[in-house]
Design a protein around this ligand. Structure first.
Ligand code: ATP
Ligand code: MG
Length: 445
């Protein structure tokens, strides 16, 4: 059972969250729930980020209204989710998630996978190791807060009096910049191994420290990360590497053992040569810079930045053994994707785009390029040039090609250094050699 304790309530004048910072759709939703007599809170990451004066990525609302009551109150509501019914409110250009307060699994009700063959499906289900498979019970606001992952993610903003409510140590951890799970870290990471990746992500993106005892347990449990569902791991991978903190994420993933558990071959390559880590750091720094400049990298580009150098190296070894360059790269990519299938479910189209980015490179390097205008129209072109830029900046390779393409793509055609049609003679066509007829035949004609 969850222990009840007095929450810390910070009145409006004691904190910095203003309604002006709250998404207008979220605000309207909170007001409507409140006006119909329901408790309505902003919860999770948005409260954390507002207190840190960061822009939240999304706004989540939690309430004591049941999914059915929410549906009756909002015409734009659709109920989703099999495990737990959630309300999605559809606005013109966004979807707002409204959830009914939930509770964590009470110990005496938890069924394990093997014993869970009752007449009614159990509301809570864990596997033999304690990983939660189903978690489906309404709860109080306090229970809802305490089932969340980290103390800094368990804060609530109450629309009734504009106060901030803290049922754990979220506010003091926020001040000290500490990532601390709610409850026993061993239990919480075992229930849901994805929380280990979330800990790393928040530490890297918010520049927080993972509480030392938690870090030790995270390192000890890192090898269990492949137990999480592959589709969730892919989603989390995107959040880890796409949003501006890829470089610190790589370090924490590597130090904790999460990287080796998810990508053993890649981790071996990374540690096979001290240059590899330096190269990847620079690659990921460029990726983070892209994000900061307002162009977040596509999933395929981040995969290329992370895995491209190892794949190219592997392909080069095969190429030296006599396999054509293109085929060698295809094989290296296919092996990587096969390895991924077991842990991180990368969609086939993203894997294919990664392969295309890499196999496009020789055509971009070729100076002058053949039919550049038609190359530009290929769907992977932008990512391929971004990868060329990464290689030019991190390995100093093919700078001339990059300059050529930058000039070609700029609006000023005179900036093109070596427009092939003007400056270069067209590539000579190889003449097919005619086989000479044998003399005897010639003589006979
Ligand atoms: P961001 O949206 O900035 O990536 P977030 O903390 O808001 O970070 P979400 O995935 O939007 O992350 O989740 C919203 C909230 O749901 C979290 O703040 C946390 O309270 C809770 N939550 C999310 N994932 C888990 C989990 N695996 N275990 C427990 N609680 C979770
Ligand atoms: Mg969020």
């Amino acid at each position: 059972m969850v222990k009840t304790m007095q929450p810390l309530i910070i009145p409006r004048k004691g904190h910095s969250i203003s309604r002006k910072q709250v998404n207008p759709n979220a605000l309207r939703t909170l007001y409507r729930l409140r006006d119909y007599g329901f408790i309505a809170y902003l919860v999770g990451g948005c409260v954390r980020d507002l207190l840190l004066k960061r822009t939240p990525t999304d706004f989540d609302v939690a309430t004591n209204a049941t999914p059915g009551q929410i549906k009756r109150l909002f015409r734009n509501c659709r109920l989703v989710g099999r495990r737990f019914r959630l309300a999605h409110l559809h606005f013109k250009d966004e979807i707002l998630e409204v959830s009914t307060f939930r509770a964590a699994a009470p110990a005496d009700e938890v069924d394990t996978e093997e014993t869970g063959h009752n007449k009614r499906p159990p509301r809570h289900l864990t596997d033999d190791d304690g990983m939660v498979l189903r978690d489906n019970v309404f709860g109080t606001p306090e229970e809802d807060a305490l089932r969340r992952d980290f103390t800094i993610n368990a804060l609530a903003y109450n629309i009734a009096d504009f106060s901030v409510i803290d049922y754990s140590t979220g506010l003091s951890d926020l001040k000290q910049r500490i990532i601390r799970p709610i409850g026993d870290p061993f239990v919480r990471f075992t229930e849901d191994p994805v929380r280990m990746l979330r800990a790393v992500r928040f530490a890297a993106s918010h520049n927080f420290v993972i509480e030392p005892a938690t870090w030790e347990i995270l390192c000890a449990l890192s090898s269990t990360i492949p137990r999480a569902a592959p589709a969730r791991l892919y989603e989390e991978m995107l959040k880890l590497f796409q949003y501006g903190s890829a470089r610190p994420v790589l370090n924490l993933m590597d130090d904790s053992g999460l990287l080796a558990a998810l990508f053993p071959r890649f981790s071996q390559w990374l540690h096979g040569n001290s240059q590899h880590l330096i190269l990847l750091h620079t690659n990921l720094e460029c990726l983070d810079e892209l994000f900061r400049s307002g162009t977040p990298p596509s999933p395929a580009l981040f995969l290329a930045a992370l895995f491209g150098p190892s794949l190219e190296e592997e392909a080069l070894v095969r190429h030296r053994d006599g396999i054509p360059r293109q085929q060698a790269l295809d094989t290296a990519c296919a092996i990587l994707m096969e390895e991924f299938c077991k842990t991180v479910c990368i969609p086939a189209r993203v894997g294919d785009r990664l392969r295309r980015i890499l196999t496009f490179q020789p055509s971009l390097h070729r100076m002058p390029p053949r039919r550049p205008a038609s190359m530009v129209s290929r769907p992977e072109f932008a990512d391929a040039v971004a990868y060329l830029r990464l290689s030019a900046e991190t390995r100093g390779e093919n700078r001339t090609s990059l300059e050529w393409w930058d000039a070609f793509l700029s609006d000023d055609p005179s900036a093109v250094c070596s427009e092939p049609s003007k400056n270069e003679a067209p590539a000579k066509r190889r003449r097919k050699r005619r086989r000479r007829r044998p003399n005897s035949v010639q003589a006979a004609v």
